[in-house]
Design a binder for this molecule. Structure first.
Ligand code: ADP
Length: 299
């Protein structure tokens, strides 16, 4: 069996569904719903929902949230390899969802930041066909050594690699050039326009994308409601979105990643894979929460 290993964060998401703008949030009661999140765990769950072998490697605390996070992953069809930190709590992310479906995330990464190379499971990493790395694992200092170790293992077994750029702010904080140096030649980079700008010294969007391709990456540019663009070699191929009303964009990028990786593993070409990525991203934005089918809409 072909194994797609997702390495990175798992979180319990506390979603507050704001009825109006943030500045009025303290005046109006808002429904709160517990969801499950973490970029890498989300992608593994969406992979499983597509019938692809989604493995998740990460770390939780020795607490009720951590046990619940693992139970839900198994329930969603993921094979989790989750180590337990005796001291740090399970990661929690407060997600403020605006009426237009946009979200503000306030993460407390907890045990995600204490993962060590020894937690990776030599057997699993040795048998992987593809490593999907959440950019957060590289960007957070606590997990970086482990993320780099996993990339080294992928290279040594000849596994293909994809990396989700995660977030522009932390990329700027470590430096785009530093982040690019961590990525192996030939990796598939999933990034939105902000992240591409943060990664490249080029001021112009098109030139920034060219720069990443010249660095040996294949880039899938995520464009929200506009869909995506494949940048590979000299090709720049727009792939239109699947139109849906946006309810909550939490996890759209993570579902999109799974939607791309699953068909690639069944031998599809990249443009067809990105079409399916758009379809899965659209499914994620038309529901509340970051995981397939849960939690139920709170509106
Ligand atoms: P990220 O959340 O990582 O910045 P995007 O917001 O671009 O990524 O969303 C990832 C993908 O999800 C998009 O490329 C697209 O396929 C899909 N998507 C996001 N927002 C919408 C939307 N409003 N309508 C349809 N598809 C969407």
């Amino acid at each position: 069996t072909r194994r797609i290993v997702c390495l990175g964060d798992v979180m319990v998401d506390v979603l507050a569904i704001l009825p109006g703008p943030l500045r009025h949030a303290s005046d109006t009661p808002a429904p709160v719903t517990l969801g499950h999140g973490g970029s890498a765990a989300n992608t593994a769950a969406w992979l499983a929902a597509c019938g692809a072998p989604g493995y998740f490697v990460g770390r939780v605390g020795d607490d009720a949230f951590g046990r619940e996070a693992v139970r839900v992953l198994v329930d969603q069809g993921v094979s989790p390899l989750v180590s337990i930190d005796p001291a740090a709590p399970t990661g929690v992310c407060i997600v403020l969802v605006s009426p237009d479906g946009e979200r503000t995330m306030i993460p407390s990464s907890g045990a995600n930041l204490t993962i060590r190379p020894a937690d990776l499971g030599a057997d699993l990493l040795g048998a992987q066909d593809h490593l999907h790395l959440s950019g957060y694992a590289l960007l957070n200092e606590g997990s970086r050594e482990t993320a780099l170790f996993a990339l080294g293992t992928a290279a040594s077994v000849g596994a293909s690699v994809s990396v989700d750029a995660a977030s522009a702010g932390p990329i700027r904080a470590v430096g785009g050039a530093v982040f690019l140096d961590w990525l192996p030649d030939g990796a598939l980079l999933l990034a939105n326009a902000d992240e591409v700008r943060a990664l490249s010294p080029e001021p112009d969007d098109a030139a920034a994308l060219d720069h990443l391709v010249e660095r040996g990456l294949t880039v899938v540019l995520k464009r929200g409601g506009e869909g995506a663009l494949v940048a590979s070699g000299a090709d720049r191929l727009p792939v239109p979105a699947t139109p849906v009303p946006a309810v909550d964009t939490t996890g759209a990028g993570d579902a999109f990643a799974a939607g791309v990786l699953a068909p690639l593993h069944h031998g599809s070409d990249l443009v067809e894979a990105v079409r399916q990525g758009n379809a899965l991203g659209a499914r994620a934005v038309s529901q509340v929460g970051a995981r397939p089918g849960r939690p139920r809409a709170a509106r």
